[in-house]
Design a protein around this ligand. Structure first.
Ligand SMILES: [Zn+2]
Ligand SMILES: [Zn+2]
Ligand SMILES: [Zn+2]
Length: 441
């Protein structure tokens, strides 16, 4: 089983003051892994809001434990430069500060999941990597960047092991050999269909497949390693509440964002339904530019000041570089062109979701080969500055060659039956509530 070495540090400008944590994890089986300058296998660099240095030290330890557990470690050796925290973690010194006692309890409780663990004090100069990560996080956040950056190299993600199916382990990680269920929660363009006040043929149509909420996708799979169901939503949009009720989404393991437009992010605040009920922080993955913008618009949800369960979405921003890990599954952010705005599609295993795209670069196309199922936007037939037409979407599908493609982000120009009738074999017009099962490969 995997043994990890963890180096942690907390940083604070003023005490209390803006604070951050740094965590570096090393595969202990690698030669020289215990050297203070060894290359880490996974890192966390995160701003945690205003607090004291001791709180930051404890939060760093807890985050290291969390990440080590997620990476499947059975042994963890911690090294940190706070003698106080080391002695308290080992139970040799009592925690007198009422603010710190629960953090110590939490860390010690979480450590019991490891077959073997230890915590040792090292001089500051041997802890320079964790210290640098903490300061990097603070500087980044003070400049307006994302609060959390967690790096999990592919080799670490893959070595989670046996549980990854072959087809997924070879590229970007995935579910535990089980099928993936895709539910199209919404398939409409930014205004939805029908549009408010519009009397066009599609908007007044009685065909429910012409009634489209804002585009969003639910991915569900079964994690064989833990025998639990996992669920991730791509684009918690303006209709999230209605979609969650309609599709019975009772829990989430995380959310992914394609780009900042409000039809794709307007449900961020609704995620509190899950952080409240689950009493846990929910990971939200996005590309770098989108992370910065999310932080600006929903700072209160990402600043880590409110514990989950207190009526405010308690979210942790995960910058995709280019992967993020949600519910034990890797998702790769694929850069897309959406007019003049950056957007990302998401690929996980043999499934990809590309919405709001006007063009896909050759480099991104290469990362989209070998798909089983591709969900891709097609706004209408008339050209649009920021969206593909149906014809352009079909050309992209032909170039990428997935087994199945489904069109989404459809505007009121497109009637479901008329569109379906002219699509080639292997391409479906999407509609709200459509469920597709993608077999494990
Ligand atoms: Zn959109
Ligand atoms: Zn209309
Ligand atoms: Zn958009």
């Amino acid at each position: 089983m995997r043994a990890l070495i963890g180096r942690t540090d907390g940083a604070c400008r003023g005490n209390p003051g803006p604070a951050s944590i740094g965590v570096a994890l090393y595969d202990a089986s690698r030669d020289g892994a215990d050297h203070p300058s060894a290359q880490p296998d996974a890192t966390i660099s995160a701003a945690i809001g205003t607090t004291t240095n001791n709180v930051a030290e404890w939060k760093a330890v807890i985050s290291a434990i969390e990440l080590a557990a997620e990476l499947g470690a059975s042994e963890l050796q911690l090294f940190l430069d706070s003698k106080l925290v080391v002695e308290q973690l080992n139970g040799r010194w009592r925690v007198r500060d009422a603010k710190l006692a629960p953090l110590c309890d939490e860390a010690r409780a979480r450590l019991t999941r490891f077959a073997v663990w230890s915590a040792a004090h090292v001089p500051r100069e041997e802890n320079h990597q964790a210290d640098a990560l903490a300061n990097e996080g603070l500087d980044r956040a003070l400049r307006g960047g994302p609060a959390w950056v967690v790096r999990r190299p592919d080799d670490v993600a893959r070595s989670r092991g046996a549980s990854l199916p072959d087809g997924l382990a070879s590229d970007d990680g995935g579910s535990s050999g089980s099928a993936t269920r895709l539910t199209l929660l919404g398939t409409g363009a930014s205004r939805g269909v029908p549009r408010v006040g519009c009397r066009c043929e599609v908007c007044i149509s009685k065909d429910v497949r012409n009634q489209r909420l804002r585009s969003s996708l639910l991915m569900e799979w079964r994690d064989a390693a833990t025998a639990t169901s996992r669920a991730v939503i791509i684009d918690p949009g303006m209709d999230l509440r209605q979609q969650a009720m309609r599709s019975g989404i009772t829990r989430l393991d995380g959310a992914l964002i394609t780009h900042i437009h409000v039809d794709h992010t307007g449900g961020i605040d609704e995620l509190r339904a899950y952080t409240d009920a689950q009493e846990e922080v929910l990971d939200v993955g996005a590309g770098p530019e989108t992370c910065a913008e999310l932080l600006r618009r929903w700072e209160y949800a990402f600043d880590g000041r409110t514990a989950p369960g207190h009526g405010i979405p308690s979210l942790r921003l995960m910058e995709a570089v280019p992967h993020v890990q949600l519910g034990g599954r890797a998702f790769e952010a694929i850069p897309l062109i959406h007019g003049r705005r950056p957007a990302h599609g998401w690929r996980s295993g043999a499934v990809a979701y590309l919405t709001d795209v006007s063009a896909v670069s050759p480099a991104s196309r290469e990362r989209l080969l070998g798909l089983d199922t591709l969900i891709v936007s097609a706004l209408r037939d008339l050209p649009h500055p920021t969206h593909q037409t149906v014809e352009e979407a079909l050309a992209l599908i032909a170039a990428l060659g997935p087994r199945l493609a489904i069109l989404t982000h459809l505007d009121h120009d497109l009637d479901y039956q008329e569109l379906s009738a002219r699509l080639p074999d292997g391409v479906l017009a999407g509609f709200d509530g459509l469920v597709v099962e993608v077999a494990a490969r």
